[in-house]
Design a protein around this ligand. Structure first.
Ligand code: COA
Length: 700
């Protein structure tokens, strides 16, 4: 026992209580405290049963991930959990909050498990590139069956207490007071003379766990967690549970678990985990910064974006009114929202009554005065600076003075938009990604005069609507789209002229781990978007300056992608499968000839390197300019908004692993070959020279 793990004995029941805020993560101190506590209660003749519970907001939410970079200090998980399981008195886990990872594995080492109704539990280790290595891979199959355990672990989902009870993880779901319910349950166990029940001694139910099931499981995880090895390691561990005695399985679990912990993918995934938890930490903003009340929102524009944004708020129980110019347009937009919800109901992911509740929170209006009292107004009209300025001027005059007005622009200068209002301190960018009801990322764009209160409110609001809100500064395209346009996609377009095909580039980037390559993505998102940006910003073809020459011409032909049946690829009616199109080949040849570019073969390795190094170089500029606060912010944006493979940890993390000197030298050689647009970012140059990493710069 120590100051983190304490024991209280009341009557003949011992309570072992862990108090390690904020989430009771299991570190060395928790492990050693648990060990002593259980040794003590086991010896105490007055104790007839033991409850394992946690203080604070949650049962143990997992192993302390901060310990993962070093070998796990003694006592190890297996050792401690063995002591819990060997206790001669019944041990009952009493869970609340989120019992995750090693937290749930601790509960599996107990003899019985209770949880309060709103608790959730899961083994999300694969999302961190590891396996449940604290006995979970051996105990869970014994408790619920091998097939069910594999599905549970590979799915990486958290389930409700009711669900956990149904699949056999829990012995009792407690409706009201957790301790009262647990003590009552213990009373019934003791009255029935029921003693300890070790999960490790149960027989594994192998039904359904055959070759066919495993082939399907491998296929499914190869799709869901493409590029990751953790699912294979999980399967190996569960096979051991099926085929070997418990102790032998546990010994092998340790070997497999340790191997996973130090793997490249696990380290990269840890970077995303901790970066994600840092994004809300903004200089000048603290818990003391005043927040504004957001009790309702108004959204301007009922298109796909406006409707999607409204759904986020309704899902969080916040009323949203959508404003559009005509009743017909408005009704069409709201019908799309309804259809989206209906599809979710059909897929079984939403109940009919929840859908009704959410639709009731969404209303429409064509009257600007109806938004006068809105706390937050989000403009999602067409991407045109003059139109946006006009709209902002108008709503500035109508909305109450304390209202925050946000723009959903993805590229435009928010300082200019703010300047047309009398409340520039209340103007902010909220860049939702499409489809807004699905994509988790939200770029929160801090304009020159945005006040700390408004920024803090936006960060909190992002959390309320379950978005990953990353703060960015104002520049063309902010963080994500700027890196895409000025780096990755621009370079990809340039390589079309030099000799690559859209298929070759897309295949290389798919192989790298993106869900699709840049050209398939343009076709999906709509070539017209980038085409119109190129037109309005003047960033179109300019001889060898690689500003999307081919994309511009594809757009000029009205080939806007999937929605028009052709873009870089062609599409059969009703299909989204990209097919090779000779028209694009001819167009590329014609452009290359017009610009005097001699086409040659480009190796796949060069394609990958040029796409990624141009992206990293732009990321370095963004960091140095203060557009992003930390390299991890960029990594989070790329993994949540652009499908950058999470197992690579994000572009800036990946750059540190490759080594900035290597990247700098490659960028220099591209500059010599292709011209000044490949000039290394000064930050890249400095860090490479000093043999440092982006992460070092972060700390500085
Ligand atoms: N190890 C170490 N630190 C952890 C942690 C873990 N397993 N889980 C959470 N934390 C830390 C976070 O880094 C954060 O620290 P900070 O306040 O210094 O930034 C703090 O706990 C709160 O976490 P946060 O995610 O911001 O709180 P939340 O209420 O939104 O979510 C959880 C809580 C538990 C649901 C979430 O943190 C989570 O999913 N944790 C990981 C669980 C997991 O994967 N466990 C398996 C590991 S084996």
């Amino acid at each position: 026992m120590n100051d983190i793990v304490t024991v209280e004995v009341t009557d003949d029941i011992a309570l072992v209580i862990i108090s390690n805020p904020p989430v009771n993560a299991i570190n060395q101190k928790v492990r050693s405290g648990l060990m002593t506590a259980f040794q003590t209660v086991d010896q105490d003749n007055n104790v007839r049963a033991v409850v394992l519970k946690c203080a604070g907001r949650t049962f143990m939410a997992g192993a302390d991930i901060k310990e993962f970079d070093e070998p796990i200090a003694e006592p190890g998980y297996h050792e401690v959990f063995r002591v819990i399981e060997s206790c001669s008195k019944p041990v009952i886990a009493a869970m609340h909050g989120t019992a995750l990872g090693a937290g749930l594995e601790a509960a599996l080492a107990c003899h019985y498990r209770c949880a309060v109704e709103n608790a959730r539990m899961g083994l999300p280790e694969v999302s961190l590139g590891i396996i449940p290595g604290a006995g979970g891979s051996q105990r869970l199959p014994r408790l619920i069956g091998a097939k069910e355990a594999l599905e549970f672990i590979l799915g990486g989902v958290t389930v409700s207490a009711t669900e956990a009870y149904k699949i056999g993880i829990l012995d009792r779901v407690i409706k009201e007071d957790l301790m009262e319910g647990t003590l009552e349950y213990i009373g019934s166990l003791l009255a029935d003379g029921v003693g300890p029940r070790k999960v490790s001694e149960m027989l594994v139910d192998k039904s359904g766990y055959g070759e066919e099931f495993l082939v399907d499981a491998r296929k499914l995880s190869a799709r869901r967690l493409r590029g990751q090895n953790a699912p294979n390691l999980v399967i190996e561990a569960i096979n051991n549970a099926v085929n070997l005695p418990f102790e032998e399985g546990i010994r092998k679990e340790k070997i497999i678990g340790d191997k996973a912990l130090v793997s490249k993918e696990a380290k990269a995934l840890r970077n995303i985990f901790f970066s994600e938890r840092e994004i809300g930490k903004i200089p000048g903003i603290s818990s003391d910064t005043k927040r504004m009340q957001i009790n309702n929102v108004a959204i301007l524009g009922s298109g796909t974006m406006g409707g999607g944004i409204a759904m986020n708020f309704a899902n969080a129980g916040i009323p949203a009114v959508i404003l559009d110019v005509s009743e017909a347009v408005l009704q069409r937009g709201i019908a799309v929202v309804r259809e989206n919800y209906e599809n979710t109901v059909k897929r079984g992911r939403l109940s009919k009554s929840d859908m009704v509740d959410r639709m009731e929170l969404i209303s429409g209006t064509t009257d600007y005065n109806a938004i006068a009292e809105s706390d937050l107004v989000i403009e999602a009209v067409f991407e045109d600076i003059d139109l946006k300025k006009k709209v902002f001027k108008k709503i500035d005059g109508i909305c109450k003075p304390e209202a925050i007005i946000a723009t959903n622009t993805s590229t435009l200068n928010i300082n200019q938009i703010a300047a047309v209002t009398k409340r520039p301190e209340k103007i902010i960018g909220l860049h939702f990604f499409s489809p807004a009801n699905v994509m988790k990322l939200l770029e929160i764009v801090r304009a020159e005069k945005t006040s700390p209160e408004v920024l803090a409110t936006a960060i909190d609001t992002a959390k309320r609507i379950k978005k990953i809100g990353v703060v960015a500064g104002v520049c063309f395209g902010f963080i994500g789209n700027r890196m895409m346009a000025e780096g990755f996609h621009r370079e990809a377009d340039q390589m079309l002229l030099e000799g690559a095909s859209p298929q070759q580039i897309d295949q290389v980037m798919y192989g790298f781990g993106f869900p699709m390559g840049p050209f398939a993505m343009h076709d999906m998102a709509g070539v017209d978007i980038m085409h119109s940006i190129l037109k309005t910003t003047g960033k179109k073809e300019n001889n060898r300056e690689p500003y999307f020459n081919v994309l511009y011409q594809v757009g000029e032909l009205g080939r806007f992608g999937q929605k028009t049946g052709s873009g870089f690829y062609r599409y059969d009616e009703g299909s989204r499968r990209p097919l090779h199109d000779p028209v694009t080949d001819a167009l590329i040849l014609q452009e290359a000839e017009r610009l005097g570019i001699k086409r040659t073969t480009i190796e796949n390795s060069e394609i990958e390197q040029r796409c990624m190094y141009s992206l990293i170089n732009e990321g370095a500029k963004i960091l140095e300019e203060g557009i992003a606060y930390r390299p991890g912010d960029i990594d989070v944006i790329w993994s949540y908004g652009y499908g950058f493979p999470r197992f690579r940890g994000g572009p800036m993390y990946m750059a540190d692993q490759i080594g900035l000197e290597t990247i700098y030298e490659a960028v220099m050689s591209y500059r010599d070959k292709f011209g000044d647009y490949w000039t290394p970012a000064p930050l890249l140059e400095t860090l490479a020279r000093d043999k440092k990493t982006f992460a070092d710069w972060n700390i500085a």
